[in-house]
Design a protein around this ligand. Structure first.
Ligand SMILES: Nc1nc2c(ncn2[C@@H]2O[C@H](COP(=O)(O)OP(=O)(O)O)[C@@H](O)[C@H]2O)c(=O)[nH]1
Ligand SMILES: [Mg+2]
Length: 329
């Protein structure tokens, strides 16, 4: 394996797809040696990032995310855009990951010279998976992809995690019988920049229109993502490929407004800050739990707390002060 960061950096900047893939493999690696090289690479690539439209997409399984990304991504690729598709799925493994499993279905997009599809990194916590995806996103931007699509399934906090790394967060919905809003979490409405009701085709068109009205009403009850943006509700058919251009026009309109008002730059600054603090907190946690003295004292202290022989505040103090001792050395 190449250990010189320059090899990867040059490869990415040259849009060499093999080297791009290898760089992302490094980024995803859990080996400390790989992570060190990856950090150097990301840092060098940073000045070449930031120009893409960062788009997050969520929706319940079956909503049509994969089909939508295939159709939407293909439309954009045909228009000359370079489209990278990444996924955040903490439940995925290499063999059964969401996008990988779908890769056969993203047939057209997967082979398009303007597209790049990467399944969710396997294993680890949501935070760990999210970090790798965030870094892969920067690598793809440096390679010249101008549209980055981050897909997630609605597991746990994954929607808000994706929303915190993109410019535009799109929630894909389908109309069902009866209570349309049942399947949508309030927290998701709060971060949605648009809701797209998919499968507006065939017999389903009227139901989709009805669902659209209901989501519009629901969205009026939550605080918009920005004072300058009222999240619209649209309909589309990923299969018949209708309504897709309207979705893209909306995303571009949003970008224009957010750039003009300075909100896009502000949002990205805040996202970078949040990311830094996330990494600091994560680092502190690892430091703490791996500390030999913490590990040796923890069982005894835990027992004492459980038995009521020591106040939890006191026990916490003692544990934290172990780290303090390191700093005094
Ligand atoms: N009628 C119709 N079916 C669709 C549409 N989009 C997706 N589907 C179907 O819905 C099912 C789930 O789609 P998929 O893309 O795998 O959903 P995902 O789980 O969100 O990725 C598949 O059988 C698709 O063919 C659409 O626009 N119209
Ligand atoms: Mg899918």
């Amino acid at each position: 394996m190449q250990r010189d960061p320059a090899y990867y950096i040059q490869g990415v900047l040259d849009y060499n797809r093999l080297q791009l893939s290898r760089t992302i493999t490094l980024v995803e690696s859990t080996l400390v040696a790989h992570q060190e090289i990856a950090r150097d690479i990301i840092n060098e690539l940073l000045p070449h990032t930031g120009k893409a439209v960062r788009l997050g997409i969520t929706g319940v399984p079956g909503a049509g995310k994969s089909t939508f990304i295939e159709s939407f991504g293909h439309m954009l690729a045909e228009q000359g855009h370079k489209v990278a598709v990444l996924a955040i799925d903490p439940s995925s493994t290499r063999s059964g990951g969401s996008i990988l499993g779908d890769k056969t279905r993203m047939e057209q997009l997967a082979v398009h010279p303007n597209a790049f599809i990467r399944p969710s990194p396997s294993g680890g916590s949501l935070g760990g998976v999210a970090r790798k995806t965030r870094e892969s996103m920067l690598v793809c931007e440096a390679a010249g992809f101008d549209v980055i699509i981050v897909e997630t399934v609605g597991v746990g906090q994954s929607e808000t995690t994706v929303a915190s790394m993109v410019d535009f967060f799109l929630v894909l919905q389908i109309s069902g019988a009866g209570d349309e809003l049942q399947g949508i979490k309030k927290g998701v409405l709060e971060v949605a920049d648009a809701i797209v009701v998919n499968k507006a085709d065939g017999d389903n068109i009227n139901r989709a229109k009805l669902a659209k009205k209901q989501y519009e009403t629901a969205l009026h009850l939550v605080k918009p993502t920005s004072p300058n943006w009222m999240p619209p509700v649209m309909t589309c058919s990923a299969v018949e490929r209708t309504g897709l251009q309207e979705v893209w026009d909306t995303i571009i309109n949003h970008k224009t407004i957010m750039t003009r008002t300075g909100e896009l730059q502000q949002k990205r600054r805040e996202q970078a800050m949040d990311w830094m603090w996330f990494l600091v907190n994560e680092g502190l946690e690892i430091w703490f739990y791996q500390h030999p003295e913490v590990q040796s004292q923890l069982p005894e202290l835990r027992k004492k707390v459980e038995e009521g022989n020591i106040a939890p505040t006191r026990a916490a103090d003692e544990l934290i002060s172990i780290l303090g001792k390191d700093l005094l050395l």
